[in-house]
Design a protein around this ligand. Structure first.
Ligand code: IPM
Ligand code: MN
Length: 353
């Protein structure tokens, strides 16, 4: 296969983990005889500093002309602490999602046996937890009409039937490929938008007779996720609820540095870690590259390159088993490995298979 990949490294630790992700893509393509071409493009605070726009037209064009985007992270505290800032790095991420039509954000939550002790939850609760959160990504309050003055402000949680149907279809199809259990998360006891979600889901469910579909209010889902994470197989929910629940879900694994995600829809798909740009760690060679590397596995799997994806996952697991780990997940007394060393170990492992 010939792959064209746009590389958007972004801010903070982004460029450091991006380099390891790119190295892993290259190693796997080399092993399996695929050709790959990378094109770097700017985004986030980096792009604001350079051209005044967090998702410049040129970056958009590079993304459009590519088969996939390998994205790292955006964000810089100098914008967080300035409420009057007109442009923010995060707007680049939102613009990318909207312009590429990436309405489905797939966020798997998995546990790693060797890291169970790092979870804030008891091992007997998290052992075997394995679910996927499918978050709607281009609608709802993030993109609905907004208004703000000094006395009044609102965000509109608008969803059309078409937007709901297409994300639910992704979710039902995902459930069919997994344990066939779909939980539709909403707030239908209060919100009109949620009632439409639930209505549409109830209309679609009979088309998937093999899927057990249940409906859960978001407050209850937030509780259930930490009480009994094994209950879930596939969760589908709107943009804002999905944002909140997936941060909660990421804790289950023990480190945010482990979880990848894929955003798909009508345009070029984007593969990225769920964590942010961790500005305090920039340049220190301590950021965990595994979420980025696992997003490479998701990239291959998206193109049905299953063996390629598996090899990446196998390499990641081997690195954990060998205690080749970045500081936040290293065992007591374990050797010190940085971002680069973990990435290199994984590339070596792949080369030697
Ligand atoms: C995420 C992030 C983004 C979001 C921010 C950075 C705009 O939190 O990808 O979950 O809220 O969607
Ligand atoms: Mn988030």
């Amino acid at each position: 296969m010939n792959l064209k990949i746009a590389v958007l490294a972004g801010d903070g630790i982004g460029p450091e983990i991006s380099r390891q992700g790119v190295a892993v893509v290259s190693a796997v393509c080399n092993k399996f005889g695929h050709s790959v071409v990378f094109k770097n493009a700017i985004c986030g605070a980096d792009a604001i500093d350079k051209v005044g726009d967090p998702f410049p037209e040129e970056t958009f064009n590079i993304c459009k002309e590519s088969d996939a985007v390998l994205f790292s992270a955006v964000g810089n505290p100098k914008y967080d602490n300035d409420p009057s800032a007109k442009v923010r790095p995060e707007q680049g991420l939102l613009a990318m999602r909207k312009k590429l039509g990436l309405f489905a954000n797939i966020r798997p939550v998995q546990t790693f046996k060797s890291l169970l002790h790092l979870s804030p939850l008891r091992a007997d609760i998290v052992t075997g937890a394995d679910f996927v959160c499918i978050r709607e990504l281009t609608g709802g309050m993030y993109f609905g009409e907004k208004y703000q003055d000094d006395n009044k402000a609102y965000d509109t949680n608008l969803y059309t039937r078409a937007e709901i149907e297409r994300i639910l279809k992704v979710a039902f199809d995902y459930a069919m490929k997994r344990r066939r259990h779909l939980t539709v998360v909403d707030k239908a006891n209060v919100l009109a938008s949620s009632r439409l979600w639930r209505k549409v889901a109830q209309e679609m469910a009979p088309n998937y007779p093999e899927v057990t579909t249940d409906y859960m209010y978001v407050d209850n889902a937030a509780m259930r996720m930490i009480q009994e994470p094994r209950f879930f197989d596939v969760i589908v929910t709107e943009n804002t609820f999905g944002d909140i629940l997936t941060d909660e879900g990421s804790c289950i694994s023990g480190s945010m540095g482990l979880l990848p995600s894929a955003s798909t829809g009508t345009g070029t798909p984007v593969f990225e870690p769920i964590h942010g740009s961790w500005p305090q760690a920039t340049g220190k060679n301590i950021a965990n590259p595994l979420a980025q590397i696992l997003s490479v596995a998701m990239l291959f799997e998206h193109f049905n390159l299953i063996d390629e994806g598996n090899l990446v996952r196998q390499a990641v697991n081997a690195s954990l088993d060998a205690n080749v780990r970045t500081p936040e997940i290293q065992v007591e007394g374990g050797a010190k490995y940085g971002t680069v060393e973990v990435g290199e170990w994984i590339v070596n492992y792949i080369n030697n298979q």
